[in-house]
Design a binder for this molecule. Structure first.
Ligand code: ADP
Length: 303
């Protein structure tokens, strides 16, 4: 398809054990139930786009194992084109080992596995095959692959970078970013300013615009998001919902944003839709399972 959304990022299987508490070093605890959930920021955001009905390709890497097959099947069943996802025969699929305690605290260890082998060569081969209209990336795959994408994108492609988890970014990468979408913690890590009110949101966003990013959207959880571009900055309040699980709200938001930018919305309008997608995702348990469909978002916005 001429022009689509290309999501460069990670796919992980989340392995979740419920436990009365987090074990001490050296301690073995008898835990509760065990469950597996497809995750990874890249796969979550691609799933959000697929469920919203956007044309979307997933550019990533999994291992030649059961988790890898399940991760790819899950993406495909959400309507994601997985022809640009590679199977790595040397590395295992990425996993996140998660212990959730009765009081809601968790401890997480991620083994990136095949995600760590996403390479500039894989990115360049995908872009050569077909240039996307919108490209969306996060920071759970190697930075050199993201930098290669930034350099090779056509000037017409809108590049959205969700700088999660927080990491230092070069000026050359930031100068190719059309829309940067940090949450509060990531905005603080990038600018040294924690965005707690209008004044600090504006200051953090302006610092990023000063590094040649074209527009910044700082997501602020239940408070909403702060949009800043060349025309100025303002808060877009969150929709009021009863959240049951805020996991992957940011992934839902980024997927929703990329979808509406793909459809040609103004950035303010795209943020409104993205906020609705993020809000709806908090009303359900899980990550990929919680992503709303286009019909659900439309019904929510007209109610
Ligand atoms: P992250 O998961 O990356 O930390 P946020 O928590 O900032 O991201 O959430 C992303 C977006 O999802 C917010 O900007 C908001 O639009 C929406 N959202 C998150 N939490 C809530 C909530 N409790 N109520 C309504 N909307 C929410």
């Amino acid at each position: 398809m001429a022009g689509d959304v290309l999501v460069l990022g990670s796919a992980n299987m989340d392995l979740v054990v419920r436990s009365s508490r987090i074990p001490q070093p050296g301690e073995t605890l008898l835990g509760g139930t065990f469950s597996t959930h497809p995750g990874g920021k890249g796969a979550n955001q691609a799933t959000a786009l697929g469920r919203l009905g956007s044309p979307v390709r997933f550019l990533g890497r999994v291992g030649a194992d059961d988790f890898g097959r399940e991760l790819i099947d899950q993406l495909a069943s959400s309507g994601v084109d997985v022809s640009t996802a590679l199977t790595d025969h040397a590395l295992a699929s990425g996993i996140a080992m998660i212990v959730v305690a009765a009081d809601g605290q968790n401890s997480i260890v991620v083994a990136p596995g095949a995600n760590g082998a996403v390479s500039p060569a894989q990115v360049l081969a995908t872009l050569e095959e077909r240039m996307p209209k919108v490209a969306l990336a996060q920071l759970e795959v190697p930075l050199d692959a993201i930098e290669a994408m930034a350099e090779a994108l056509s000037p017409e492609t809108v590049f959205i970078l969700n700088p999660a988890p927080a990491a230092p970014l070069s000026d050359s990468l930031l100068s190719r970013v059309d829309i940067l979408t940090p949450n509060e913690t990531e905005a603080e890590a990038l600018t040294g300013i924690l965005p707690i009110d209008d004044e600090t949101c504006r200051a953090a966003a302006l610092r990023l615009l000063g590094r040649d990013v074209k527009a910044v959207v700082i997501t602020l959880g239940g408070r909403g998001c702060w949009l800043q571009d060349a025309e100025g900055g303002h808060l877009i309040p969150a929709f009021r919902v009863n959240p049951v699980d805020t996991t992957a709200a940011g992934d839902a938001f980024n997927g929703g944003l990329a979808w509406r930018v793909f459809l040609g919305d103004s950035l303010a309008e795209a943020c409104r839709w993205a906020s609705a997608v993020g809000a709806l995702a908090t009303t359900r348990e899980g990550a990929q399972e919680a992503m709303p469909t286009r019909e659900e978002v439309e019904a929510f916005l007209t109610q």
